[in-house]
Design a protein around this ligand. Structure first.
Ligand code: PMP
Length: 450
């Protein structure tokens, strides 16, 4: 379908354009000698153009780089900036905390924390909340708690899930149908099969086979996979997971760090999910580092009744800066004023325009690709129909094609998420922005298959 020679030539042309357009970013990268991998985080090397564009400033859904180019930002910090960059209400709250009130990290609670927890309860239904600085940490602590309460050693994940840098989660389904270490896993403390089990998303039989072993403390999952495309649950799948976890006495941890895009209360509220533990991070503090986990009433009571567990001192649930006044003020502002019911509706409507437009292009140009939408986010994959589990989604990746499309868009002022073909809407994204994306995307397709 795709002429690979043509693709390579087009990609080379876009790389040349990128280098010419971005001399300052190129020089900054060339001159970076003290950073491990030349960038502050090694994953910033995920760059289609040979070097990253360097950030200058941002507001709403716009980013400017140090070469002066303006971008429509559909990456939005891979969800961390779903509220838009520097949303005015968040800026006011942060400025007030920094300048007027003072005190950025104090090891004391603020009254806002209870407001935030109440709002999280209204959205996601869990009754007790605790804060962390990242969703990774929230997941790690959730894992400790479920192990402590069930006395069982293993956590079950979906293949090709991502829940942050959580050792237990780096497991995929091997050729024999059992778990094996995800290729490339860095420095795992023990063989991952000692701590974890794995089943494909949308595979209730595989899940039951694993749960039957009786050693699974909890299933930790996203209600739709979002880190390997957007793999949506088949009808009945999530209800089936809940039924099987109850049948085999395993708890259910739902991580809605990304699937929050589904709406005001994420998929949990929208689809009536009933987790025992709920994890969310990224977007809910408007860009300030955050994470939280919520416990159901029953599970919270079980944890609190265990007086042998050291929940106050060094028992393993820590984070000196977690719940600091700045983080909590940012969460309150974001939840109260930015990620509101009305704004979600607006963002979801725009994502539908994005999705329908891209879908129409795939049909018109007869491409064997497909796009899925989850509320305010949409992501296409080079397969049709859209893959139904993580391994199939992984296998549908096409690195060169993805890099070409990303770079084509970047060279014309549009940013997609670097690890994905994902576009996310924020409250300041406009219809014109979506239309511009769809027009430029069509130009790229025309060059490729025209
Ligand atoms: N959970 C999910 C579902 C995620 O997608 C991610 C990050 N992409 C995380 C957790 C980890 O978030 P953080 O990087 O804030 O720790």
């Amino acid at each position: 379908m795709i002429n690979r020679e043509k693709l390579s030539a087009l990609y080379a042309r876009e790389q040349e354009t990128f280098a010419e357009r971005n001399p300052k970013s190129k020089a900054a990268y060339q001159n970076a000698n003290h950073l491990f991998g030349k960038v502050p985080m090694t994953w910033m090397n995920k760059k289609a153009g040979g070097f990253p564009i360097y950030f200058d400033r941002a507001v709403g859904n716009r980013i400017w780089d140090i070469d002066g180019h303006e971008y429509i930002d559909f990456a939005l910090g891979d969800t961390g900036a779903m509220a838009g960059h520097s949303a005015p209400a968040v800026v006011d709250a942060i400025t007030n905390q920094v300048k007027d009130k003072g005190g950025l990290t104090v090891m004391l609670p603020t009254e806002d924390a209870e407001w935030v927890a109440r709002n999280l309860t209204e959205r996601f239904g869990m009754t007790k909340w605790s804060f962390s600085l990242t969703a990774t940490d929230a997941n790690r602590w959730a894992i400790r708690l479920v192990r402590a309460i069930t006395g069982k050693p293993k956590i079950l994940f979906n293949a090709y899930c991502y829940h942050g840098s959580v050792d237990e989660a780096l497991i995929v389904v091997g050729p024999d149908g059992e778990g094996m270490s995800r290729p490339g896993n860095v420095g795992s403390p023990v063989d991952v099969t000692m701590t974890s089990r794995v089943a494909e998303f949308n595979d209730l039989e595989g899940l039951e086979r694993q749960l039957k072993n009786g050693d699974v403390a909890a299933v930790l999952m996203e209600p739709a996979l979002t880190n390997i495309g957007i793999v949506l649950p088949e009808p009945g799948y999530l209800a089936g997971v809940r039924e099987l976890t109850r049948k085999y006495d395993a708890l259910l941890i739902i991580d809605e760090t990304h699937t929050f895009s589904a709406g005001y209360g994420g998929m949990t509220k929208r689809d009536g999910l009933q987790p025992d533990v709920f994890v969310i991070g990224k977007a809910i503090a408007g860009g300030i580092p955050t994470g939280t986990y919520g416990l159901s009433e029953t599970f919270a009571e079980k944890v609190l009744s265990r007086t042998d567990l050291d929940l106050v001192d060094m028992g393993g649930v820590g984070g000196t800066l977690a719940g600091n006044p700045l983080q909590v003020a940012a969460m309150r502002a974001t939840l109260e004023h930015v990620l509101t019911e009305d704004n979600f509706k607006y963002m979801i409507d725009l994502a539908t325009v994005f999705t329908d437009g891209v879908d129409e292009l795939f049909t018109r140009y007869n491409l064997p690709w497909s796009i899925n939408q989850l509320g305010a986010r949409a992501e296409y994959r080079f397969a049709k129909p859209y893959p139904k589990n993580g391994t199939d989604a992984y296998e549908s990746a096409d690195a060169e094609l993805e890099d070409f499309l990303h770079l084509y868009l970047v060279n014309r002022g549009i940013l997609l998420t670097p690890f994905h073909n994902m576009a996310l809407m924020c409250p300041t994204t406009t219809l014109a922005d979506v239309e511009k994306h769809n027009a430029v995307f069509e130009d790229a397709i025309k060059e490729l298959v025209g």
